[in-house]
Design a protein around this ligand. Structure first.
Ligand SMILES: *[C@@H]1O[C@H](CO)[C@@H](O)[C@H](O)[C@H]1NC(C)=O
Ligand SMILES: *[C@@H]1O[C@H](CO)[C@@H](O)[C@H](O)[C@H]1NC(C)=O
Ligand SMILES: *[C@@H]1O[C@H](CO)[C@@H](O)[C@H](O)[C@H]1NC(C)=O
Ligand SMILES: *[C@@H]1O[C@H](CO)[C@@H](O)[C@H](O)[C@H]1NC(C)=O
Length: 423
């Protein structure tokens, strides 16, 4: 067998994506999972009624459900396959910088390269084509095209974090399959739960990252319970049987998502037929009884009037589940990342319901100019810290209209902190 070289891969890819300048390769990365997971006593729900019981627990404002569910800890070891898309500019820069992109709950790696409206909301396009970065967008462990595993005690934040750590090591040492390039500069970018994981990475392994961007995130958990309640969680395989259940005719591009085990959960159906956009009401169907799902999804992820209808449709049609184990561990973020020395940008939509309660600037004071600014104390030794409230944007940041503004802030932050691409 001929060992594939970086150039060979890029040449092959350029044939596939001749239209745009970036060249991409779909990768399946074998990764060693090695983590200290929680062991939870919860039984796996087999009906949506039982899911509601679980949802009441994780959204409780008065008790720590994770703690009361926890029996102990166990070391989880094994091999997983992480699905990823690697993109590079047409000609490799002299000093390349790679961004490792981790999506949040409800999405997969395409969150960073959204195809609707002709890729007008693609972060990857701007980062690679305009700013010259390489990107590696992963499907989280257990999600999308990555390995599916036990949704309670295996697919949890610590296990996923260990896969991000291993992939980062591969990027540094040139051991990523088909991309044998040693990156000396690696930036980690997350969205929502992906930001929690990114933060967890630099708290545990401060030297692994040269800089981080946390999007759709804050360190204030006040509103997470209410927002999760609005998900109206259901079993994924019952909610969308054609994609996740026994009626699956095959999500051909994501075979692992067929016939998902119980314990994989998703927000309720959009089902719904009414969309409210700026000054207009789109009535897509006369069936108006099921508006609950969409209004809740909209409330949690979309700022009123600041997104296109196609964004909402796309995100419901392509929604991804998350596991019970992830819901139980997503709040277990470390108190701080005291040894991380790289620059930190935290950028969240002003209207984010989950991490800002719908207004990141509410109660702003000179001491605490925004909810996001509260994260500063978690990074006492960061080379730079910036908290940026992105206007007219909700939690699903990449789905909003002003992604040109958003991506500009993110990429200029990196370039201004010595993490630009040397050409
Ligand atoms: C809830 O309990 C878990 C497990 O003991 C712990 O890691 C987490 O920090 C607790 N959360 C809060 C908000 O106290
Ligand atoms: C699929 O699941 C539904 C609902 O649980 C059940 O009624 C049906 O018999 C199942 N079909 C197959 C082929 O297993
Ligand atoms: C998913 O993995 C399969 C191989 O198992 C591959 O053929 C397919 O292209 C992958 N799809 C995506 C979206 O990564
Ligand atoms: C778009 O985003 C940029 C960067 O945050 C901001 O300066 C600008 O005001 C935004 N425009 C609108 C219309 O929200």
């Amino acid at each position: 067998m001929i060992a594939p070289t970086y150039n060979l891969v890029l040449v092959l890819c350029s044939l596939v994506t001749a239209v745009v300048a970036k060249r991409c390769a779909d990768l399946t990365i074998p990764v060693r999972v090695h983590a200290r997971n929680g062991v939870f006593r919860n039984s796996i729900p087999h009906s949506n009624l039982e899911v509601t019981q679980f949802a009441l627990g994780i959204t409780s404002a008065t008790s720590n459900f994770t703690d009361s569910s926890l029996v102990g800890y166990a070391t989880v070891k094994g091999e997983a396959f992480i699905s990823a898309k690697f993109c590079a500019p047409e000609s490799m820069p002299k000093q390349p910088v790679v961004q490792l992109l981790t999506h949040g709950i409800g999405f997969d790696k395409t969150y960073w390269d959204l195809p609707y409206d002709n890729f007008k909301n693609s972060y990857v396009d701007v980062a690679v084509d305009v700013h010259g970065y390489c990107t590696l967008a992963i499907d989280r462990f257990g999600i999308g095209n990555s390995t599916v595993a036990n949704p309670l005690n295996i697919v949890q934040a610590p296990a996923t974090l260990s896969t991000i750590y291993e992939i980062t090591k591969m990027l540094r040492t040139g051991r990523l399959p088909f991309i044998p390039y040693r990156f000396s500069k690696i930036v980690h970018v997350g969205h929502s739960f992906g930001s929690a994981l990114t933060y967890g990475l630099v708290a545990q392994h401060p030297a692994m990252s040269d800089g981080i961007i946390l999007t759709g995130f804050s360190l204030d958990g006040t509103w997470v319970g209410t927002a999760l309640a609005a998900f109206d969680l259901q079993l994924a395989n019952l909610n969308q049987p054609a994609r996740f259940g026994n009626a699956s005719s095959g999500l051909t591009s994501q075979p692992n998502m067929k016939n998902l085990p119980d314990g994989y959960l998703t927000w309720a159906d959009i089902g719904a037929n009414e969309f409210v956009s700026p000054g207009q009401k789109f009535v897509l169907s006369v069936r108006t009884a099921l508006t609950k799902g969409i209004s809740l999804l909209k409330k949690d992820f979309f700022a009123p009037g600041d997104f296109d209808l196609s964004a909402l449709e796309y995100s419901e049609a392509h929604k991804m589940p998350a596991t019970m184990g992830e819901f139980l561990t997503l709040g277990g973020v470390p108190a701080s990342a005291p040894d991380f020395k790289g620059p930190v940008l935290i950028i969240t939509g002003n209207e984010d319901e989950i991490y800002c309660g719908g207004n990141c600037l509410a109660g702003a004071s000179p001491q605490l100019p925004s909810v996001l600014a509260g994260a500063k104390k978690a990074f006492p030794h960061a080379g730079a810290f910036e908290a940026y409230v992105q206007p007219n944007t909700g939690h699903g940041m990449n789905f909003h209209r002003n992604t040109t503004g958003l991506y500009g802030v993110m990429l200029e932050f990196l370039e201004g902190r010595g993490l630009g691409v040397g050409r």
